[in-house]
Design a protein around this ligand. Structure first.
Ligand code: PSV
Ligand code: MN
Length: 426
């Protein structure tokens, strides 16, 4: 396995940070033990945690107004894999990458070989029928899987089948479908008929799934269609998953809801239905996958994990992936920090005193029930997360090591500067 960051540098930085970490870890172990909690269990939880990195996340994002490229942007999927290798090497929390087709369409054998040389595997495949590609026979301007034209729908179905084929070749076992289909003018579409066409197309994609694969459908409130969207919310998403069958479930992208929507409650309902497939984690002020996970509302992340921790997921645990747009930060730094923020929420949720919570709930003691959650959320589990990285060969301080290694400077000298500054959301 070729390590993108010098392992000697990681060891050197970790050695310098070891004594303060020991002191912080021991102090936290003492505090948790006084609360009847064993730090080793929380450490195990941190070490087991894994979240996938989206291949497109390592590029600089943008808005529909502009994109300001950063230095050393990945030129192709192999560069993206290298960048994902850095994130995994330093955080040890991101062992898989989620590819987007056709952006990452390359020979499966080569993809597999490059990934395994970096110690990476592959997570869910993502299809793309929300853009037109050069030479494409039918345009998606007016929709894809739900298009009024059968040939356009067939093209979108065939694309999804192709994604499954590529995925099989690289060891993936899930397909995530997000479409931009909808309408921009009231009256433009028959919303019922459009949804039926979408379902009929997706049934054909579902029929092409290998038996051990899962199909995730992702809802999003609006954009690119501004008036109506075919898969706009979790209710529609649940309907889709229930109509398709047992291999289908819902993907919740945290950014795809109206402000103030109670996402943890959606999680609870989907768990109840056995249809929670996975997450795209990010934070958001408005209604898209825009900001770094935990940068606005870390309590919401915690509450999502609190639902997961308190529930029996009935088997297949939800797939976790990051999906965010890095417009002004170094994407590798944002993704490392975000993976750690989601891991933090997962570990904090495991610290909730479930017995006390059940007691307060049974007695309708709303205040102490809330305080029970807050006690776990307020616990600074940073030493546990750092210890997990240290034990697994990662960096105690990933961003400091990344900057010390000057990885960005190195790849910037090999990768020509990206000139595209037009609009573009990734
Ligand atoms: C759509 O906004 C989305 O969240 C979907 O997951 C896409 O595949 C991804 O972002 C990339 O644009
Ligand atoms: Mn998403």
């Amino acid at each position: 396995m070729s390590a993108p960051i010098d392992t000697g540098l990681i060891a050197e930085r970790n050695a310098a940070a070891a004594a303060p970490l020991d002191a912080d870890y021991d102090a936290l172990a003492g505090a948790l033990s006084r609360r009847g909690t064993d730090i080793d269990t929380a450490l195990r939880r941190a070490r087991e945690f894994a979240i996938a990195v989206p291949s497109w996340g390592v590029g600089t994002g943008g808005t529909r107004f502009a994109r300001f490229p950063g230095p050393g942007e990945p030129r192709h999927v192999f560069d993206k894999l290298d960048d994902c290798g850095v994130i995994q090497q330093l955080t040890r929390a991101t062992p898989t990458v989620s590819l987007h087709i056709p952006w990452d369409d390359e020979d499966p054998a080569e993809l597999r070989q490059r990934a395994s040389s970096l110690g990476l595997g592959f997570d869910a495949m993502n299809s793309n029928t929300f853009q037109d590609q050069p030479g494409q026979a039918h345009s998606y301007k007016f929709g894809s899987l739900s298009h009024v034209d059968a040939a356009t729908r067939e093209q979108a179905i065939a694309h999804n089948r192709h994604c499954i084929e590529v995925g099989r070749g690289i060891g993936s076992s899930a397909l995530t479908v997000w479409v931009g289909d909808g309408s921009n003018v009231p009256g433009q579409v028959d919303m019922g008929a459009q949804f039926e066409r979408y379902l009929a197309s997706l049934r054909e994609v579902y029929a092409a799934l290998p038996g051990d694969w899962r199909l995730f459908t992702e809802h999003k409130m609006y954009e690119p269609a501004f008036y109506s969207t075919v898969v706009q919310d979790w209710g529609t998403n649940l309907m889709i998953a229930q109509e398709l069958g047992p291999q289908a479930s819902c993907l919740v992208d945290l950014g795809h809801h109206a402000p103030n929507v109670n996402i943890e409650m959606i999680v609870s309902r989907l768990l109840r239905a056995g249809k929670l497939g996975g997450f795209h984690f990010n934070d958001s002020r408005y209604g898209d996958d825009d900001l770094d996970s935990g940068s606005i509302d870390p309590y919401r992340l915690f509450l999502v994990f609190n639902e997961l921790t308190g529930a029996d997921d009935g088997g297949a645990s939800p797939a976790c992936m990051l999906d965010q747009s890095h417009n002004v930060t170094d994407p590798i730094e944002s993704l490392m920090n975000s993976a750690i923020e989601v891991q933090r929420a997962c570990v904090q949720a495991s610290l909730v005193d479930r017995e006390a919570l059940a007691h307060h709930r049974a007695n309708n003691d709303a205040l102490l029930a809330g305080e029970t959650l807050k006690a776990a959320f307020r616990t600074d589990v940073s030493p546990i997360l750092a210890r997990a990285r240290q034990l697994d060969g990662g960096a105690i301080d990933p961003v400091a090591v990344y900057r010390g290694a000057d990885y960005r400077g190195r790849v910037a000298s090999e990768r020509p500067a990206s000139t595209g500054s037009g609009g573009g959301i990734v």
